[in-house]
Ligand binder design. Structure first.
Ligand SMILES: C=C(O[C@@H]1C=C(C(=O)O)C=C[C@H]1O)C(=O)O
Length: 430
């Protein structure tokens, strides 16, 4: 375990360090993402609602197997010492932290960031939260200068070339056939290069517009538009949207309706989906006093693909000790991004993928001081990395993965991964 924290302006451990004030906000123009300045923007938005933030009032970096517990302990300590005046009182008002967690225990780091400014929107109501030390002023809110489009966009290979990745899929199928495990999710990466480092607000705006039914996010260079909600906790109610089982869309509505029917009847996809639902239901159960797990999935239509989807709901009796981040820690990695059984699947991922996932497929989202929050799975996502030292060109790693079960076909899985890379690929286009 390692963790390092900073609370700018704090000199003595244990003193009151943060002051937060939330007020209703009327009449700010534009979408939430249009308010974001270029410097360290944070975002979690869906269909116009959500929260965006900027500036750093406090942050923590954690790593290892205790990355969630250490971040939670830091947040509990910070919120217990803060002075908060909240005139709105909705989930996401008052103190909030945005967070992004590594997929694996190692390598990789995780972070929680408390912004200086948060603007939120829910059901037609907007609010502004300012967070600082001692006294805080209200920032002038205006639409930010629009981001510049990336130029010179070029895609290069990531860890494994296409045929090597297909060989890894074939290997995984052989290991499943041999009885070592039942399901494993294998991912691949692709590197986008641009003339200058990418202004992440460009793909964010495009993703929020094109994938409005997904959660568009950015935390610390990790951005994307995920359709999968690992866990939401809102005043004792817990929801998880489980996805597994995928078919590409053709763009022709009649054909897509036929394909949706095929997906809903496909025994391979139903089996793959069942593993994912079971893993979520089993992980939530110890925390819930009651649960609802639907018997069969529905088909979720996205612009690029369709998924088998199940919404699992539950009631958490003890809100004080079961935070949304604690629930995310219990659920991660679900079989939608790891496999079944989890230890065998995560070991096989490390053996076969030929790359490190970093924060791809880890929990990403936000939490407030009450423990309410939303943690999505960082899918349809990319990580901004350091520019190429030789050329200075900007670099972004894009990720996509596919659930492999008995009978999975490597070429089909490659095509599925390409469809899953599409949202971020297009979002980077000028
Ligand atoms: C792993 C990804 O997606 C996951 C895998 C799916 C599948 O294999 O059918 C479907 C949705 C997600 O749970 C990804 O998008 O990278």
């Amino acid at each position: 375990m390692t963790s390092s924290a900073s609370e700018p302006g704090t000199t003595t451990a244990g003193t009151v360090s943060l002051v937060a004030r939330t007020v209703p906000l009327d009449g700010t123009p534009g979408d939430l993402v249009d308010l974001l300045p270029a410097d360290a923007p944070l975002a979690w938005v869906r269909a116009g609602d959500g929260i965006v933030g900027w500036g750093v009032a406090a942050e923590v970096t954690t790593s290892g197997a205790d990355r969630f517990a250490d971040a939670e302990a830091w947040w509990a300590s910070l919120t217990s010492r803060a002075v908060v005046r909240d005139d709105v009182g909705l989930p996401g008002t008052g103190l909030v932290a945005f967070g992004s967690f590594a997929f694996a225990d190692a390598p990789g780091t995780s972070t929680l960031v408390v912004p200086r400014v948060v603007v939120g929107q829910r059901g037609g109501r907007r609010w502004l939260t300012t967070i600082g030390h001692d006294t805080i002023g209200s920032p002038a809110l205006r639409l930010a200068e629009p981001p510049a489009a990336p130029t010179g966009l070029r895609f290069t290979g990531g860890g494994l070339a296409d045929d090597a990745w297909q060989a890894a899929v074939a290997d995984a199928v052989a290991r499943i056939d041999a009885g070592e495990l039942e399901k494993v999710v294998l991912a691949r990466d692709v590197v986008a290069e641009t003339d200058e480092p990418v202004d992440v607000r460009w793909p964010l705006r495009r993703l929020a517009a094109a994938y409005s039914s997904c959660w568009t996010f950015h935390v610390d260079g990790l951005f994307g538009a995920t359709p999968e909600m690992l866990v939401r906790r809102e005043r004792g109610l817990v929801t998880s949207r489980v996805l597994a089982g995928t078919i590409r869309r053709t763009g022709d509505d009649v054909r897509d309706a036929g394909l949706a029917g095929e997906l809903a009847r496909s025994s391979k996809d139903l089996e793959e989906h069942e593993y994912a639902v079971r893993s979520v239901a089993d992980a939530l159960e110890p925390h819930c006093s009651s649960m609802n797990v639907p018997e069969s999935p529905f088909v979720l239509h996205l612009p690029n693909v369709m998924h088998l989807a199940t919404d699992v709901n539950g009631v958490v009796p003890d809100e004080a000790t079961t935070t949304s981040l604690g629930l995310a820690a219990s659920l991660h990695p679900s079989a939608a991004v790891g496999g079944t059984p989890t230890p065998a699947a995560t070991a096989l991922i490390a053996e076969l993928e030929g790359m490190t996932r970093g924060r791809y497929a880890g929990p990403v989202g936000w939490m407030d001081a009450s423990g309410d929050g939303e943690w999505g799975i960082a899918l349809r996502s990319a990580q901004v990395v350091a520019p190429d030292p030789a050329t200075g060109r900007g670099r972004v790693r894009l990720f996509a993965g596919c659930g492999i079960v008995a009978g999975s076909d490597p070429a089909d899985e490659l095509a599925e991964s390409q469809a899953k890379l599409e949202p971020v690929r297009h979002a980077l286009d000028a």
